[in-house]
Design a protein around this ligand. Structure first.
Ligand code: EPZ
Length: 455
């Protein structure tokens, strides 16, 4: 039973508490259906891409999450008219009156997001200049933007670092470049795509990220009139064009949210049908899900997830696509605390992405985080200064505790851990979860979670 105690808008688009603190009574399986909308990590970028068009764009399956709200207000500050479309979850983005915004206005709207950095290319093409405030985003590492700035300079941009952000200009306009990323960075790949499509000449991007969300952004840009070819071995070629028009696009589903609910079913021994989930983009996740004792059934309109028997320990290394996504490990680790034996999760993408395990240990889990990753042979990317491996020894019954959410995916895992634990937990700072999970409270309620919004 869920009680929403006070009267202000909460997570999940429902009346309720401030959405910051939950009291959760755990120990019950989560069972039922959730629908996932468009991927947070595509939709926000497709919205930025609309800046490049000479006419309005329409984006479908846009989730009601705060990361979208941040990008919407940033676009509006730059003169883009953003309106809700006819269909639920559709946006109409009209960039025909784009003008530069004032620095303080942009700063006020940047919020805890990393998306503003992707405004560089589109604003330089339209206005010849841009100011990008210091970035937010989850504290899961130092999250530099050196790959972005190096690429922009190669396109001919002049980058000036200010105390509150960066100012860019393109005195001679932007021209095609040969860029070889040191690491297949998702954001840097998007930066290059959004800049190259209207730069004079050809751009060759090597060691590009090829996540499904990247391929969907390429589809969006191609609809706008861009000429982009995806070559073997992570090479992307872009032939710059003078003009782009608006697009109409239905966003790829959010495979990070789908994987989160799958892990929730595993951890709580429930059964969750994730509407909108597709097998193709989740192949690696589904293999690990099955190896850890999960069972799934792929259907036309989604995937059913539950346990297939006893949970089993697994050894997982996160990697760039098509590897096991770094965003999938946090919810899975909650389930692995219930597996009999020793699991290892080796995080190779971010240098500080196991902070959430402190709370799990407080609840009774046995997770040791080692600052240096597992020694192994050939690696795709140069050894990073800090890699991390978490060793999870189970099964360990979890008991309710007072815990605070550290970041988006870790926060989701805190809630699932509280739902898995026996007894009552207080989970604080849950507002951050609204950045990436639409109608989170409603979905939990629909799955039978027993919680109150208490503050
Ligand atoms: C995107 O972050 C996603 N965020 C992340 O999802 C996701 O975990 C990540 O890609 C990896 O798939 C969005 O799309 C908004 P990266 P991004 O550039 O683009 C280093 C979530 O929970 N790097 O691929 O920031 C960086 O520090 C979020 O939805 C540099 O060193 O990721 C990291 O170690 C969390 N210099 C690695 O590369 C740079 O200039 C991967 O980063 C850029 C990145």
């Amino acid at each position: 039973m869920t009680t929403l105690l006070n009267d202000s808008v909460a997570l999940g688009g429902r009346k309720g508490g401030s959405g910051e603190t939950l009291q959760i009574r755990g120990g019950h399986p989560l069972s039922g259906t959730v629908d996932v909308k468009g991927a947070k990590n595509l939709v926000t970028k497709a919205m930025v891409a609309s800046l490049l068009g000479d006419t309005a764009s329409i984006l479908h399956d846009v989730p009601d999450i705060s990361d979208v709200a941040v990008v919407r207000s940033l676009l509006e500050v730059h003169g883009v008219r953003v309106q809700d479309g006819d269909a639920e979850g559709s946006l109409v983005l009209d960039p025909r009156d784009v003008e530069s915004a004032h620095m303080e206005e942009i700063d006020a709207h940047a919020g805890a997001s990393r998306i503003p950095i992707l405004f560089c290319g589109p604003l330089l093409h339209r206005l010849g200049q841009a100011f990008i405030p210091d970035l937010g985003g989850c504290r899961i590492g130092d999250r530099p933007i050196d790959f972005h700035l190096d690429a922009l300079r190669k396109f001919g941009a002049v980058v000036e670092k200010l105390p509150s952000g960066i100012r860019l200009s393109a005195p001679g306009g932007l021209h095609g470049a040969n860029i070889h990323l040191p690491y297949p960075s998702v954001g840097a790949t998007e930066q290059v795509l959004l800049t190259a499509v209207r730069s004079r000449g050809v751009t060759e991007l090597k060691n590009a990220a090829i996540e499904p969300e990247i391929m969907d952004l390429i589809a969006v840009l191609q609809k706008m009139g861009a000429i982009i070819s995806y070559e073997p071995n992570r090479v992307i070629l872009i032939e710059g064009v003078d003009d782009l028009r608006g697009y109409e696009h239905r966003a790829i589903f959010d495979r990070n949210e789908a994987a989160s609910w799958a892990s929730a079913a595993l951890a709580t021994d429930g059964e969750i049908f994730v509407g909108g989930a597709k097998q193709q983009e989740m192949l690696t996740f589904l293999n690990i899900f099955r190896k850890s004792g999960g069972w799934f059934d792929v259907r036309e309109d989604g995937i059913l997830f539950r346990r297939g028997g006893d949970l089993r320990p697994v050894v997982v290394e996160t990697d760039v696509h098509p590897g096991f996504m770094t965003d999938w490990q946090q919810p899975l680790i909650v389930a692995l605390t219930q597996a009999t034996g020793e699991s290892i999760v080796h995080e190779t993408v971010y240098e500080n992405r196991f902070g959430f395990t402190d709370a799990l240990n407080k609840m009774g889990a046995k997770i040791a985080v080692h600052p240096h990753g597992l020694q192994n042979g050939v690696r795709r990317v140069p050894r990073r200064t800090l890699e991390q491996a978490a060793v999870i020894t189970g099964p360990t019954p979890l008991t309710g505790a007072d815990i605070t959410v550290p970041d988006l995916r870790g926060g989701y895992s805190h809630v699932i851990a509280a739902l898995t634990a026996e007894g009552t937990s207080t989970v604080r700072n849950v507002g951050i979860i609204s950045r990436g999970y639409e109608k989170f409270f409603d979905k939990l309620t629909g799955l039978g979670a027993d919680f109150d919004v208490v503050g």
